[in-house]
Write a new protein. Sequence first.
Length: 156
Amino acid sequence: MKQLAALLALLWASAASAATPLTDRLAYEGAQNSVVMAGKPTLPVPPSEQLTALRQRRQCSAGGPAAHWAIIDSTLYLTHFTDCGSTVPLGAVYEGVTAPLVATWISGELQTGRGAVICFTVEKGAVSDTMVTFTVDRGIVTDVEERDNSGNCPER
């Protein structure tokens, strides 16, 4: 019984100290939040040997590198990456790139939160008061839908 208790304590401690995974981030109208694409934990990025090398190094226990995106004038841009808190410019990943890339390879729905965090759930993590869904077609935002997210919190 003592061994079981010790094992459970060890498992709890390791889970509690696990790093929060790095997530892709989206800058939109002055705010920056995590962003997901329907059915995918991260948004796709163009392949590169440098990006593969960064991923294989696994310098950060939280994963990475994470992509950073921005929506400016209804266009989705890949702006940079971060790895363990360090900024990785696009030129370090894609040779010759000196400016944000228009994300012409992205088509689908992107989702991000906006506003105050109203609760935390096991399934969704932090839940913001508003969910924003962007419909993107080859890097161009064709629709933006905002909805109240308070129904996604358990009863208090």
